[in-house]
Design a binder for this molecule. Sequence first.
Ligand code: ASP
Length: 296
Amino acid sequence: MEPRIIVHGGAWDWADDLHGAMAGYLQQATAVGWGVLQAGGSALDAVERAVNVLEDAPVFEAGTGGIPNADGVLEMDALIVDGATHKFGAVAAVRQVQYPISLARKVLEETDHCFFVGAGADQLAARLGMPLVPNARLITPEAFAQFKRADATGTADTVGAVAMDSMGNVAAATSTSGLPLKPAGRVGDSPLLGSGGFAWNGVGAAGATGYGENIMQALLTKYTCDKMAQGFTAQEAANAAIHYIDGMFVNSMAGLIVIDGRGRLGVAHSTPKIAIGWVGDDGAIHTAMDGSGFKK
Ligand code: ASP
């Protein structure tokens, strides 16, 4: 099968002057994930590596560059889903891990459990050989300034990726510092299976971003995959899911990236913007800061 990948850098409304930097990192993340897939690597490897690039990008609210909570502490959440086995790994409110998506992958592959939170998740990272980094080192001067101003408007967002490998396996990955300036301990949709991400071989995979309280009540990515199981294409399922959440909430503020079981891509959002990178049918890497810029 022809591999596929699509990544996102959030759905919200950020300042236009961030577009250049965001597009550069989305391009790089797509290229890294695509390189994995072109070399015969797995969908799981592709989404993890692509998200690692975006976790390192200071412009996005994930890993380094995440926005602190109301107490000035960075608390990060991540989810990775394996469509082949239906297993997932998730972490929430981790504070000392540079690559939360890689810790989620370790939860998936190296533990008998699915979900670790808080100090126990940081301790697990150390036990599994990941370096612990001081929380303050992950907070960039720009993110700290936003915390001091108690103003997170105009910032870029959560990151994620969905992919299909040459064996037809699908995977989804999401990583975030959650809503900027959130109360300590608050966790959104991003690490929750069926909310922030879902993947099922033969059906497809979906990743969500936006206002987590809405997305988790809608089980948005499970809904999207259920639509594909009923025969909707990726784009039809994405549209149907946004229509569904829009019917549930005034101002639903959600975005979706989707791959269906035949490798077709879909994007939809109810936010002013969604930032995406993908490999088109032409084999070239594209980026767009708005769903309307998405052409397969
Ligand atoms: N969905 C994330 C959350 O609510 C935030 C985002 O996607 O920007 O934590």
